[in-house]
Write a protein that binds this ligand. Structure first.
Ligand code: PEP
Ligand code: MN
Length: 340
């Protein structure tokens, strides 16, 4: 059990005397701005449980009692800000596109992509400078040189930058170039990394681990929030299933489920889900219809020459088609449901 407190308790605090009265052992801890008491469960009868809860709730310093610590709380709080602003885009309102290459390759190639995306009205540029790779022999990104290219190109076209950070030691440096920090699928349960981006002021896109269920994903987001950063956007990018035809399986049910369970904006990355540019357009349309707050897709000037993920890279004309195909899709968010 966990007690979330409003402020650090003094040693005579009411909650301590209640815990002592019921024979509990406990530890008071602080993460970011949040003070909490981790109660090491003692034995409590069902009858006592009610009296215990009642007594605690009378203590004005106790904000919340969590009987089960595996429940995300900050992200479900009705009081919290439900939108995340990135440049001119407000995630949580409307529908927004993030696009760019899998990896930053060169200034000129990125400049051409960004120029065309801007022309299409896309204001957020993605690109990896630190690339997680299954094989140690693959390309791992241009590192800080790639970040510098991203920033210069984005500034030239007044775009915002989304880029991945993989290592706790790089968070401050990557945040100095990026507008949004991306936590990749493979890092979703890297708790030191989540804690570190939680101390940043920049918004974070938290991709779903390819093996993570919704609660694990929301608890990973809670790690970021508890350290002080509530500017979180979740990104569904496909999960592992037995299907071999596509790279992963896009779980669009994540959209209504996450919206039901939390107040966090959610975007869809159909590129890493499908792993094949032929299947991306219908998934983009479906994601918008299902109520997603936006999309993140991989685009390249010459997809077949892309250094990474070439099979799933969209050409700029395919990107244009997707924007057009999504423009006439009405999101479930716009429907008002009348149940009689
Ligand atoms: C990416 O978006 O560049 C990426 C590596 O995606 P994921 O972490 O979802 O595999
Ligand atoms: Mn990729």
């Amino acid at each position: 059990m966990v007690l979330l407190l409003r402020k650090y308790p003094n040693e005579n605090d009411c909650c301590y005397s209640i815990l002592n009265r019921f024979g509990f052992e406990y530890k008071t801890l602080v993460i970011g701005n949040q003070v909490y008491v981790n109660v090491i469960q003692g034995k409590i009868t069902v009858g006592d449980r009610c009296a215990f809860e009642e007594a605690l709730l009378k203590d004005t310093n106790v904000k919340r009692i969590l009987w089960d610590e595996k429940t995300p709380v900050l992200l479900t709080d009705e009081q919290r800000e439900k939108t995340v602003t990135v440049g001119r885009a407000v995630f949580g309102e409307g529908f927004h596109f993030i696009a760019g290459p899998c990896a930053v390759e060169s200034y000129d190639a990125l400049d051409e992509i960004a120029y065309q995306l801007r022309e299409m009205g896309v204001g957020i540029l993605r690109g990896g400078a630190y690339k997680p790779s299954t094989s140690p022999y693959s390309f791992h990104g241009l590192k800080e040189k790639g970040l510098d290219i991203l920033r210069r190109v984005a500034d030239k076209y007044s775009m915002s930058v989304v880029t991945e950070v993989m290592d706790t030691r790089d968070v401050t440096m990557v945040a100095s170039y990026a507008d949004v920090l991306q936590i990749g699928s493979r890092s979703m349960q890297n708790y030191p990394l989540l804690s570190e981006v939680g101390k940043c002021v920049k918004p974070v896109i938290l991709k779903r681990g390819l093996w993570a269920n919704y609660n694990e994903w929301l608890l990973a987001a809670e790690y970021i929030a508890v350290h002080g950063n509530e500017k979180i956007i979740l990104c569904e990018r496909g999960i592992r299933t037995y299907e071999q035809e596509t790279r992963n399986t896009l779980d669009l049910q994540a959209i209504p489920v996450i919206k039901e369970k939390s107040n966090v904006p959610i975007i869809i990355d159909p590129s890493h889900a499908a792993g094949d540019s032929r299947y991306i357009l219908p998934m983009c349309r479906a994601a918008k219809a299902a109520g997603a707050d936006g999309l993140m897709v991989e685009v390249h000037i010459k997809p077949e020459e892309s250094w990474k993920d070439s099979k799933q890279a969209l050409s700029l004309s395919e990107m244009r088609e997707i924007l057009k195909a999504c423009s006439d899709i009405r999101s479930v968010k716009e429907h008002t449901c009348h149940v009689s």
